[in-house]
Write a protein that binds this ligand. Structure first.
Ligand code: ATP
Length: 456
């Protein structure tokens, strides 16, 4: 992570974290017990947003003829992690401060704050320069546990640190069951666990998170072409879902920093308030994974093309996105504070989450202007009709302006108000979240009106 001073706006981040809690997007895990570091719970609106992100990804990746989905177990045979290189290489260098006892990732000291209250605001890199740290030790990030009742070495299993291996070991199962031929891909969404030395920046670096990974199996020689194809597709996915293009950039891994399995690797980075950070990695993994599993399992992982009679180990192009990190990027990107006119013609500050309609947790809110004259009955009827199709919210408390603000704050694209004119001509006011423009439409046309706009 690079720190970009110009965008280092902790105040904005604090506001987003506080809004996320107040409105039910994200809560600290086990909060009543003081929280559990690096773990978060998704509340009623958060779970909708996260689900919408994962659904959009699933649709983009698997509603095509050359990609199949799977859902592999989190616990896998321990040999998987030896073959993958995780037992030997999935480590971060760790240092301890001899003075304040805080623990740091040795390669991230520029971003870390010193752990001692006596040196508030000081960077850990300074403490290192003063010789306060121990020598760096390699720390394996995999969570270890035991299968069965006996806690001995033979029973060790790991919580998967990535979903990718569940795909690799199932390559031939999926290929033969679905009668696919390379080039084809396997997609999976699921939890992953990493015992990160320092968790930080809200959902950015957590110990439990979700990944959305797609591994694309190709004939060696066609890997560069597919690598370029998937880079373009994956960046465009974020843009199509409304993410600000200027806040996305590519970071190419330098040849000497490439992971042991990779021939080429790019990260899609988002400009968070605390700096640029990776949200997805696109990697050319070569035939490393399948060859290693062949070596460690003793089972052939080669593909046989019965038309050309060729037998080969496919190369893999990996697209690996964090669902939780994407959640945070979409949330941060949607967050705006802007001036809005009040009913009295004055200006006030409104907080608005400008989510793409496909991601918005609530798609429409329905209000009766007042709680009499038959307005609540009409509004309730509209709500009931919509509820079977989309997530709607009914709100009859407070001034309409206040109700708009509450919906703006959670990113609801449309608010429908039943008022006295409704009683005469069967129309309601539709108010657009972003433009704040209002128009009248007839009640009957509401489902079609919303369907057309929400599908954009
Ligand atoms: P980093 O360098 O930030 O630790 P990484 O390069 O180890 O990330 P990958 O192994 O490529 O990450 O994982 C793919 C994706 O999984 C990342 O782009 C990110 O979106 C997500 N991810 C990885 N680690 C975490 C984590 N600790 N918390 C949340 N998301 C994560």
């Amino acid at each position: 992570m690079k720190t970009d001073k110009a965008t280092n706006d902790t105040a904005i981040m604090d506001k987003i974290v506080s809004l996320a809690k107040r409105r039910g997007f994200v809560f600290q895990s086990s909060e009543i017990y003081g929280g559990l570091n690096g773990c978060w719970d998704y509340g009623p609106l958060g779970v909708e947003l996260l689900r919408n992100i994962k659904d959009q990804w699933w649709q983009a990746m698997t509603y095509r003829e050359d990609i199949e989905g799977i859902d592999a177990a989190i616990l896998m045979h321990p040999r998987v992690w030896e073959a993958s290189g995780h037992v030997a290489n999935f480590t971060d260098p760790m240092v301890d401060c001899k003075e304040c006892k805080a623990r740091f990732r040795a390669d991230q000291l520029e971003d870390a704050a010193c752990g001692s209250p006596a040196y508030k605001g000081r960077k850990a890199i300074k403490c290192q320069a003063e010789g306060k740290f121990t020598e760096a030790r390699q720390f394996n990030l995999m969570f270890k546990t035991f299968i069965g009742p006996v806690e001995d070495d033979g029973a060790v299993v790991y919580l998967r640190p990535e979903t990718a291996q569940g795909i690799f070991v199932n390559f031939l199962n999926v290929q033969s069951a679905s009668r696919q031929k390379p080039p084809f891909g396997i997609a999976q969404v699921g939890k992953a666990f990493r015992n990160e030395i320092n968790t930080k920046n809200f959902l950015f670096r957590t110990r439990e998170f979700e990944q959305m990974e797609m591994q694309f199996f190709v004939k060696p020689g066609s890997d560069i072409e597919w690598f370029d194809y998937w880079r373009k597709e994956r960046l465009q996915w974020f843009v199509d879902l409304g993410m600000t293009k200027e806040k996305l950039q590519w970071h190419q891994h330098e040849p000497d920093k490439l992971a042991h399995y990779a021939k080429d690797a790019y990260d899609i980075e988002y400009q968070f308030p605390f700096g640029w950070g990776e949200i997805e990695g696109i990697h050319n993994r070569t035939d490393f994974d399948l060859s290693r599993h062949e070596e460690y399992s003793g089972k052939s992982m080669k593909y046989f093309d019965d038309q050309t009679k060729e037998r080969y180990t496919p190369y893999i192009i990996e697209t690996s996105a964090g669902a939780s990190r994407s959640f945070m990027a979409f949330l941060v990107d949607a967050y705006r504070e802007e001036e809005a006119p009040t009913a009295e013609g004055k200006a006030e500050l409104r907080t608005v989450l400008k989510f793409h309609p496909k991601l918005a947790p609530i798609k429409a809110a329905v209000f009766p202007l007042v709680n009499r004259d038959g307005m609540p009955e009409i509004a309730k009827k509209i709500e009931a009709t919509l509820r079977s199709q989309i997530r709607v919210f009914y709100d009859d408390s407070g001034a309409v302006g206040r109700r708009y603000r509450r919906q703006d704050e959670v990113g609801t694209p449309y608010c429908l108000t039943v008022d006295s004119q409704t009683l005469q001509d069967q129309t309601v006011t539709v108010r657009d979240r972003d433009s704040m423009q209002q128009e009248r439409i007839i009640i009957e046309s509401i489902p079609r009106y919303l369907r057309e706009r929400l599908a954009d």
